[in-house]
Design a protein. Structure first.
Length: 362
């Protein structure tokens, strides 16, 4: 095992390097989670039960939440439960390649199909028996096909809670005259209602959409006013050049780090299969790990210096003119102008524009 921390329910072996053993302190919690799922409880219900009982989350148990702030800190979530219930680590298997990094510019990872995973069986003691694991996996997967109805609307994916910073959920109230009545509510409040996290923030989708369109039009019209434009856009081009100056070096560092990580993964699999001796593995592993840490520090410094992307005046003017000339506002055009819309507890609407010039006017 060469990851950062073992899966919840396991711990590092006290004497043998790169080996994990069952953590008897929290193993009963893992077994109970699987038992609740086997009894038919949903992931959300399991998470709510653990939160009500005050059971420490994996992050809290490992001390990762120390000093951490945010609405989800210290709370179990349905996503976390679902992830645990499908993790083959509990079967005694070591799995790698579940995700792949989509771009050096982003920390986001893309989930891989199971046939692309690298699975080595029986590398450690199982915590859950195979029959229980397979039954639970079938129950979890069966619920994935019974998701609630989804809705399309102009601001889809752009609405966030101002207080907690997380995306808002959209709900449909009983229709009047056959038409849907969509409302935004805070997703954090919806998921952790009993924990008293955040507040509802309920507001009609139509009210938000009309207010956003009116405000965007007002800002766009002001942007085309020469008297307001000159002091705002004076340094746009220079800032854009400064932002781009870091890209080449950042890309190079990401490529090197990804290459070293891939080498570490291959070395570990070679050690498990006996292609690489333990002594050789330890020697090369420590050297490569130190090299990767050094590159990660350099990358962190560069990313700290990097500013948010800055638009050019020409691009901003082009999109603004398109918006004002359009009889119908397309979602694509709106997304090109605004980054997000935040709803406050007292129903104020805050628009974050993608362009510095427009943000300064708003």
């Amino acid at each position: 095992f060469i990851g950062g921390k073992p899966m919840y329910g396991y711990k590092m072996h006290p004497t043998e390097k790169n080996k994990i053993v069952i953590d008897e302190e929290v193993a009963p919690i893992v077994r109970r989670i699987f038992a609740m799922a086997l009894d038919g409880m949903s992931c959300r219900k399991i998470a709510a039960t653990l939160n009500e009982e005050g059971v420490p989350t994996p992050a809290t148990y490992c001390g990762w939440n120390m000093g951490r702030k945010g609405p989800y800190a210290g709370l179990w979530s349905s996503e976390r439960i679902s992830e645990m219930l499908q993790n083959e680590t509990y079967l005694g298997n070591m799995v790698q390649g579940r995700t792949v990094k989509i771009s050096y510019k982003s920390k986001k990872c893309l989930k891989q199909d199971r046939e692309n995973w690298v699975v080595v069986e029986n590398t450690h003691e199982p915590l859950i028996d195979r029959e229980t694991f397979q039954k639970v996996r079938m129950l979890v997967n069966s619920r994935k096909h019974t998701r609630s109805r989804t809705y399309d609307f102009l601001l889809k994916g752009l609405i966030f809670c101002h207080e907690c910073g997380y995306p808002m959920a959209v709900l449909n109230r009983p229709p009047v005259s056959g038409e849907d009545r969509l409302f935004f509510v805070c997703r954090t409040y919806q998921r952790f209602t009993k924990a008293g996290v955040c507040s509802c923030h309920s507001i009609k989708e139509q009210v938000v959409t009309e207010a956003v369109l009116a405000k965007v039009r007002e800002v766009c019209e002001a942007y085309l006013d020469p008297k307001k434009l000159q002091p705002i856009a004076a340094d746009a081009v220079e800032k854009a050049r400064q932002a781009e100056s870091h890209e080449a070096e950042i890309q190079s560092l990401h490529n090197k780090i990804d290459s070293l990580t891939a080498n570490l993964d291959k070395m570990y699999m070679d050690r498990l299969t006996g292609l690489l001796a333990e002594s050789d593995f330890e020697r090369i592993y420590q050297r490569v790990k130190m090299e990767r840490s050094s590159l990660e520090e350099k990358l962190k410094e560069l990313e700290a210096q990097k500013e948010s992307p800055v638009s050019t005046e020409d691009r901003a003017r082009e999109l603004v003119q398109q918006f004002l000339d359009s009889a119908y506002t397309s979602r694509e055009l709106l997304v090109s102008l605004i980054e997000r819309v935040e709803l406050t507890e007292d129903k104020q609407i805050i628009i974050k524009f993608r362009f510095r010039e427009l943000e300064a006017i708003s």
